[in-house]
Design a protein around this ligand. Structure first.
Ligand code: GTP
Length: 872
């Protein structure tokens, strides 16, 4: 929309100065207008006495100022006040403009017509970040203005002691050059090799790490003692016939440590020096399930991480496969699925306890275990989409550091370290070096509670390390140190000792003992919490728990309390979903529900997410923007119920059992509120999706629909419509709204309107059907799984290339997708412009029912127009 000013008319603000349309638009902050005028070329950029650039800066319209500078606005002219743009930017504290001007070669040390330097103006207005910048780029801090006054005196005069101190320190310490040099990135890459060790309880993780950094001499002692401890264990000889069909078996995963066994608590994080490799940060994750809700914080993908998954060769092949599959799915769920393969670190399987099996050795002393290799092959078949999974299994006796497996592993670490050092990770700076030294002191000084507020650590770094470090310098350094495992940085808090975080905090507060002694409601005041956890300051601990999404502050009868869903052991109350509740008894009550399943044979993934969902639900009810503030939320172990006057919804987590686990969300309300019920249900699903995204961004969720009719008559086990069946029906139907699906439980057909829209066909205007959505609406984890299935060339040639051809891509485009080291299928899915429905149809035609099924089961069934989504 362009007003009359764009047509060339001008305006005189006081009758004396006539502004051009460009000046006026710049002054008023009308970016669109400025853009339009700049395109039209008739508008001179630098008309005086107040050019558009100066006017925009005076009003703080930074984006417009950038655009004008890009278009070549002159920054070496003064306005009617006698200021150059640099003076206005410094006085206004516009750091990015000062940086931009500097990069364009602007003179930062010229006085304005009043004889004030940019430094003086920044000092006068108290913009210490500008003062720091000007000092870093070399401005003369001794320059005197027209009144013969230095900038530090100006700062003092206007009450900015911090600036005066900074300039004073630079003048007297003689360290200014050193500080500046510290901020310049070196050519050394900022990285440390990180080793993550995962596996069930007692598979040998601790022993593995100990042996890894043990000297040969000490290993002799360890070997003899561990042999003693193990000799008494019955050795179960491995069956040679590996059970491939893990899927039809019962769930034999258990996360309990053996009785009378001191299991690792939390996450054991240490920096160790491995001979021939050097410094490695090692994270050993306990195999106990109660710790899983925090592991995502430590499992983000990174090219300089090696993840090892340990399994015990003494276990049956079925158990080995189930355990390894569990951990691989666990990692995949916690990593975003849309990165380049090179962004994920390597994954290696390690078979332990080989010495207690009858595995033969070759001449080199290397164990040759076909059983271990079969486990790997079975896992690869079940989960084909794992990037960088090593094709070999490492076979070790964890108690024998001198064994061949450890030599192989150290060689692998050394080569990874060598390869990673050439990766484009961040660059090392002198600032980071000094912060690492500072961290050593902070760890000693804050031994009891090594957690600092972000603002405090910024201040300490400036006081003790470098007063010229900008917010960006410090932020970058902390993020890099977080990636290297030196600190844990949550955005508001910085934990300076990871060992403490993993062991003393997570290890204690999420331990079975703490949980079983915690309040059953999981709700504490700060004082109550302090009484239970005396090791550290309760409020600080709670704050850290909040930043890990483990607790949420709430008001109970006007008192501040904290809810920890991980501690909530309250039993569900009878009558929470009472069939005889008078409010929901009439024929006019509508019911609906869905189950969020993880794909078949992936178990124990949703347990870690559920407490986060409960935190998010509480936050949503407190924050009336996302959920009506009249909503009442009641939460118990594995369940939450949200109620309003007119409808209620219940969210529960079922016990994991083969074939899968699920979260169930059901809702009921009065028919006269159908639209509200529909939207409320949708909001709850969004909150759940949000929590899932925080913990498991790489998880695939299938949304199964519960029979509304059976929900209404309160059948204990209502029929669940498979998402693939519903999706397939929408593909085949002439008119989607005419679809009805058969419910064998009660021998009736239920309409798609009742399944998806609570029976209100008008709501169809608010949704788009999944089959009509474009492929890019497929969640990234689904795309990744499709890639895992389509990337390996099919023996009969039914692979990604044929699919690309069928989807109408030209042969040159197909050729351009055919690059090594990346997934061709992923390139195809990102390049092609077709609907999910067309993709499924073509996969069927290609004979790839397996891939089509993945899409049918996990593609969004519908998408809500108007910025929100239902069931996607
Ligand atoms: N003989 C033999 N014993 C092993 C081997 N690996 C581990 N052990 C022993 O098995 C027991 C359990 O090993 P840990 O290293 O504590 O197991 P973990 O995986 O760290 O277990 P958590 O602490 O529960 O996480 C210890 O007694 C080890 O000495 C192995 O390869 N061979």
């Amino acid at each position: 929309m362009h007003t009359c000013i764009s047509r060339g008319s001008s305006y005189s603000p006081s009758g004396s100065i006539e502004y051009t349309p460009l000046q006026l638009a710049a002054k008023e902050g009308n970016y669109e207008e400025v853009e339009f005028l700049l395109e039209s070329e008739e508008n001179p950029l630098d008309t005086g006495p107040d050019p558009a650039l100066h006017l925009a800066l005076r009003k703080g319209h930074v984006e417009i100022a950038f655009r004008l500078l890009e278009k070549g606005a002159n920054f070496e002219i003064r306005d009617s006040y006698g200021d150059y743009p640099i003076h206005i930017a410094c006085a206004k504290g516009l750091l990015n403009i000062v940086e931009k001007l500097s990069s364009l070669g602007c003179n930062l040390e010229k006085p304005n017509s009043k004889g004030l330097f940019p430094l003086h103006l920044a000092a006068k207005k108290g913009h210490i970040h500008i003062v720091r910048y000007l000092c870093v780029v070399g401005c003369n801090i001794d320059a005197r203005n027209a009144d013969n006054i230095r900038a530090d005196i100006t700062a003092l005069k206007y009450g900015h002691q911090d600036i005066a101190d900074l300039l004073d320190r630079l003048r007297h310490s003689g360290q200014r050059d050193h500080y500046v040099r510290q901020l310049v990135p070196t050519t050394k890459p900022a990285f440390r090799l990180i080793l993550r060790v995962l596996g069930h309880c007692a598979v040998g993780k601790t022993a593995f790490i100990k042996s890894l950094h043990a000297g040969l001499f000490s290993s002799l002692f360890k070997r003899s003692s561990s042999l003693q401890s193990n000799k008494s264990r019955p050795s179960s000889p491995i069956t040679t016939q590996i059970e491939m069909d893990v899927t039809s078996r019962h769930n034999s995963l258990t996360f309990e440590p053996p009785i009378h066994y001191h299991s690792t608590k939390g996450i054991h994080i240490q920096n160790i020096d491995i001979s021939g490799v050097g410094d490695v940060t090692v994270l050993e994750f306990s195999g106990q399930e109660n710790y899983f809700p925090v592991y995502h914080n430590f499992l983000s993908p990174s090219p300089n991480v090696l993840t090892v998954i340990l399994f015990n060769l003494e276990d049956s092949p079925l158990v080995q496969i189930q355990q390894v599959c569990f951990w691989i799915n666990f990692i995949l769920a916690r990593q975003p699925a849309d990165l380049l393969p090179s962004s994920y670190g390597k994954v290696h399987l390690v078979a332990t306890h080989v010495d207690l099996t009858r595995t033969p050795k070759n001449q080199n002393g290397e164990w040759i275990s076909t059983d271990a290799q079969k486990t790997l092959e079975a896992v690869k078949k079940l989960i084909p989409h794992v990037y960088n999974l090593d094709p070999n299994v490492l076979i070790v006796d964890c108690t024998a550091p001198a064994c061949h497996g450890f030599k192989q592993f150290k060689a692998l670490l050394a080569s990874l370290k060598h390869a990673s050092s050439t990766l484009s990770v961040g660059n090392w700076t002198g600032l980071m070096e000094s912060i690492v030294t500072l961290l050593g002191n902070l760890r000693k000084g804050f031994e009891q509670f090594p957690v600092l507020f972000k603002d405090d650590i910024y201040e300490i770094i400036r006081n003790d390390v470098n007063p010229l470090a900008s917010d960006d310098h410090i932020e970058d350094a902390l993020l890099q140190l977080h990636k290297m495992g030196e600190v844990f940085y949550t955005g508001d808090l910085v934990v300076v000792c990871l060992t403490w975080l993993g062991k003393n905090l997570i290890g204690e507060l999420l331990s079975n003992e703490f949980i079983s002694n915690a309040r059953t409601t999981g709700v504490y005041t700060a004082d109550d919490f302090q009484a239970c956890f005396t090791e550290c300051d309760a409020l600080g601990t709670i704050q850290l728990m909040e930043s890990l999404h483990l607790c949420v502050q709430c008001l109970v009868d006007d008192d501040v309390e904290y809810e920890f869903p991980i501690y909530n052991q309250t039993e569900t109350l009878p009558g929470l979903w009472d069939a005889h509740d008078p409010r929901y008894k009439s024929d006019e009550t509508i019911y609906g529900g869905i189950q969020l399943h993880t794909p078949p044979n992936t178990l124990h993934l949703l347990f870690s997410v559920f407490s986060h969902i409960q935190v998010e639900l509480r936050k949503a009810t407190l924050n009336n923007q996302s959920i009506d503030n009249e909503t009442d939320l009641y939460q118990w172990f594995r369940g939450s119920k949200l109620s309003t006057d007119n409808f209620e919804t219940m969210i529960t987590l079922n016990k994991p059992q083969i074939p899968s686990e699920f979260i169930e969300v059901k809702i009921r309300g009065s028919e006269s509120f159908t639209s509200d019920v529909f939207h409320f249900f949708n909001q709850v699903l969004e909150i759940i999706d949000q929590a899932i995204l925080i913990v498991c961004p790489g998880i695939i969720i299938e949304k199964h629909v519960l029979s509304p009719h059976e929900l209404c008559i309160h059948c204990p086990d209502p029929y669940v419509y498979d998402p693939a069946d519903i999706f397939a029906a929408t593909l085949d139907a002439e008119s989607v709204l005419d679809i009805a699906l058969y419910n064998p439980n009660i021998d009736i057909h239920e309409s798609i309107t009742s399944l998806i829209m609570f029976g209100d066909a008008d709501l169809a205007n608010e949704i788009e059907w999944g089959c009509t959505l474009k492929i890019n609406a497929l969640p990234a984890p689904v795309k990744l799984k499709v890639c895992g299935l389509l990337d390996p060339p099919e023996p009969q040639g039914k692979d990604w290339c044929l699919l690309a051809f069928r989807l109408g891509l030209e042969s040159e485009v197909i050729a351009s997708l055919d690059l090594p080291h990346t997934s061709r299928t992923m390139r195809l899915l990102n390049a092609v412009d077709c609907t999910i429905g067309a993709l499924i149809a073509n996969l069927h035609d290609l004979g790839r029912k397996d891939v089509a099924d993945v899409v049918l089961r996990s593609a969004p069934l519908v998408h809500l127009v108007k910025n929100s989504s239902l069931l996607d």
